[in-house]
Design a binder for this molecule. Structure first.
Ligand code: SF4
Length: 726
């Protein structure tokens, strides 16, 4: 195919020799794009393209999706199980039986010696829903540890917690089609063009057809902020003050939806009393947004026929992330913007199947949005799995962010990590290194043997990646989509489902419970366990899901398709059927810049990076854009410190230091710098990570740093070597 002018430098796209296209779903972000992977005549994956008929992406893919087929043969893949007696000794390749026997015997040894909860399991947001469910069955129903969680605590637990507090259940109530109906969109701490490019494309399409106000709250002038009608460059960590003040103006000026409040919410009085204190003048001094803008935004939002809020990590990764989510829900409840087209609180999730783990992994409870704290739920699942209900704990155990401190206190002695990389993703890297070194046994299960955390393991289990296996992901708008098995797993790597099933066979209780061998067999259990519940899958089948490019739950038995929105009948999941308006006093409890550490350190994702770069760092066409750790810095602040564009600078916080290349830009204000957070041994050497009291999610985005010029990047490698002896 030729593009460009006829006789001058035409661009020729090479014929990749595709003989077959196979349907699957992108395995990076939670947008949920349908992909076809092209295979050549020798069965190699050589191309990726979007599925034109897919409701989510309508044929489009972002940069990551376009090169996703290159994952199968990317560097660093694990080829065989590995074992060693002492960490840092060389690994020995062993058989699957040897490795699984060893892991099972270490789990039993540690549990026998220190108790069942002394062995912890931390998984991911990136394996299939069927694998999550099976891992939950193994962890809760066989191994019996209560210290079992997912790395989604680092990204989505504030959204989960906020939804539960407001509506009585997790589950994003809206969908992407809401862009087509909304009359005002408020985006808080969400840079869609870089983080979720195809959702952004959907938003752009809607705005091109029908102009409506776009209001962006972000301390940086992000790509989305550059297109906003109103940009609110808020002081980091003060979203709650802004949200309370918007509610103050709405109630003060009588702009609220009284009928909705009266019929569908509870606790209005105490909420109204609290927001009375957040007048725009007082609030503006805390959140840094002038009082007129607060009033203008409140009026614009409340007067829109339908208004919606989207958010991502800017809200969730905070010491009051859960309150921030509840604050957004409060705003939408008082304006009647839940359960109607264009009116919603839509958290944009991160990892491809963060939703699947929320629904089915049993990390925070039991499968299908059931709670350990609920006797009937414990009974139902115990009966279904065929075990004694007393085997289940009566409340959830530690979150991921509490499991690591529990290693320090000796409460946790062994750890199984599945597709997660805490040596890069967790705050305060030096402390995490110490934690991992204190474990009696660490097993890492990952598609990549060179993942940084594997340096500290005793056992490594090589997992198949993405479409080397089959199963479902749920996306941001509750759409369950299918990942068809495109090619066979690399070398001797195995699907996570197979690994969990084999592990179950090594425990007495595991021999009593049925573990279906195929993903579709597991899916049947999901259909049965969800029947009649909020997240009803019973009307779905693999064939229907593929034919429709994904189905949104609930989809009840006999339904042809799913449901785009929740709460359309005005009934919420709290016992009284109402949504709660919750008063949220603001407590400023985070680290702030001071004389010694005068800059805010902000962090986030850039479009070519994903999930600690375990995968994107291996794809040449992604890695080439920003292979070197860098920071965005305001030119005025840099010139005061004698720092130049393209030079190196050392950032120091109370936890550690990092050397980065400097990119001068007006995107950040003079008192703030921004560093992409997926580089290893970089931003998380600096972060403090105080935890949200409800969601236990860390405040990745707010801490104080000192900045000075660094001679060159060598300073970083010398420092890193020293740090390893920490
Ligand atoms: Fe994949 Fe997300 Fe890009 Fe879609 S937007 S192609 S789901 S990374």
């Amino acid at each position: 195919m030729l593009f460009g002018r006829k006789h001058k430098n035409p661009i020729k796209i090479a014929d990749k020799g595709v003989v077959e296209w196979k349907y699957t779903t992108c395995g990076y972000c939670s947008t949920g794009c349908s992909i076809e992977v092209g295979l050549n005549k020798t069965g190699d994956a050589v191309a990726s393209r979007g599925v034109g008929s897919a409701p989510v992406n309508q044929g489009k893919l972002c940069l990551k999706g376009i090169f996703e087929h290159e994952l199968f043969k990317s560097a660093g893949r694990g080829s065989a199980p590995l074992l060693r007696d002492k960490r840092h000794d060389p690994f020995k390749a062993v058989s699957w039986d040897q490795s699984l026997d060893k892991v099972a015997s270490e789990i039993k040894r540690i549990q026998d010696k220190y108790g069942p909860d002394s062995f912890a399991i931390v998984s991911t947001g990136q394996i299939m829903t069927e694998e999550f469910y099976t891992l939950g069955k193994l962890s809760r129903g066989v191994i019996g540890t209560n210290n079992y969680d997912g790395n989604t605590t680092l990204c989505m637990s504030s959204a989960v917690s906020g939804y539960k507090r407001s509506f009585g259940s997790d589950g994003p109530p809206g969908c992407y089609d809401d862009f087509d109906d909304t009359e005002c969109l408020l985006a808080i701490g969400s840079n869609l063009p870089e983080q979720h490019p195809i959702i952004y494309w959907r938003l752009q399409q809607a705005m091109e057809k029908r102009k409506f106000p776009l209001i962006v709250v972000d301390p940086r002038v992000t790509m989305l902020a550059q297109q906003a009608d109103i940009h609110l460059p808020i002081t980091p960590g003060t979203d709650l003050v802004l949200l309370n003040s918007l509610a103050h103006v709405i109630l003060d000026e009588g702009l609220e939806d009284k009928a909705f409040i009266d019929s569908r919410t509870s606790d209005y009085e105490s909420f109204a009393r609290l927001v009375e204190q957040y007048d725009p003048i007082t609030s503006s001094r805390i959140c840094g947004i002038d009082e007129d803008t607060i009033r203008n935004v409140a009026r614009t939002y409340a007067r829109a026929g339908a208004a919606m809020t989207i958010w991502t990590m800017g809200i969730n990764q905070s010491t009051h992330g859960s309150d921030g989510v509840v604050g957004i829900n409060n705003l939408n409840l008082i304006t009647g913007n839940i359960g109607k087209p264009g009116g919603t609180s839509l958290s944009i999730t991160g990892q491809c199947n963060a939703m699947g783990t929320r629904e089915w992994s049993s990390c925070s409870g039991l499968p299908g949005y059931r709670a350990l704290e609920n006797e009937q739920d414990r009974k139902d699942i115990a009966n279904y799995w065929g075990i004694d209900e007393e085997f289940f704990p009566k409340k959830r155990g530690l979150f991921q962010t509490d499991i690591f401190p529990a290693i320090e206190t000796g409460q946790v002695k062994g750890l199984w990590l599945i597709a997660t990389n805490p040596m890069t993703s967790m705050t305060n890297t030096p402390r995490i290194r110490k934690n991992l070194e204190a474990l009696e046994f660490l097993v890492v299960q990952d598609a990549y043997a060179d993942v940084e955390t594997n340096e500290y393991s005793h056992a490594y289990l090589p997992a198949a990646v993405w479409a080397e296996k089959e199963g479902c992901f749920t996306n941001t708008e509750r759409r369950v989509n299918l990942i068809r098995n495109v090619i066979a797993p690399h070398a001797d790597s195995k699907p996570d489902l197979w690994i969990f099933n084999q592990m179950a066979k090594r425990f007495d209780q595991g021999k009593k419970i049925k573990f279906p061998e195929t993903a579709e067999g597991v899916f049947q259990e999901l259909r049965e366990l969800s029947k009649g519940r909020m997240l009803d899958y019973s009307g779905m089948s693999y064939e229907k899901i593929e034919a429709q490019g994904g189905i949104q739950w609930p989809c009840t038995e006999g339904d042809e398709t799913g449901s785009p929105r929740l709460y359309t009948d005005g009934k919420f999941q709290h016992a009284d059927g109402k949504a709660k308006l919750i008063p949220l006093p603001f407590v400023d409890n985070n680290e702030r810049p001071d004389e010694d550490y005068p800059f805010w350190l902000n962090s986030g994702r850039v479009v070519e990076h994903f999930h600690t770069r375990t995968r994107t760092g291996k794809i040449g066409n992604l890695n080439k854009f920003s292979p070197t750790p860098y920071m965005e810095m305001n030119p005025d602040a840099a010139s005061e410190l004698g720092i130049e564009h393209g030079s190196y600078a050392r950032l120091t916080s109370r936890r550690g230091d990092a050397v980065v290349m400097v990119q001068l830009t007006q995107r950040v204000p003079p008192n703030m710098v921004f560093v992409p957070f997926h580089y290893h041994d970089c931003v998380n050497r600096l972060t403090l990570g105080l935890l949200d009291p409800h969601s236990r999610q860390p405040a990745f985005k707010q801490c104080g740093v000192h900045i000075e010029p660094a001679a060159d990047q060598k300073a970083a490698s010398v420092r890193n070597k020293a740090a390893r002896t920490y």
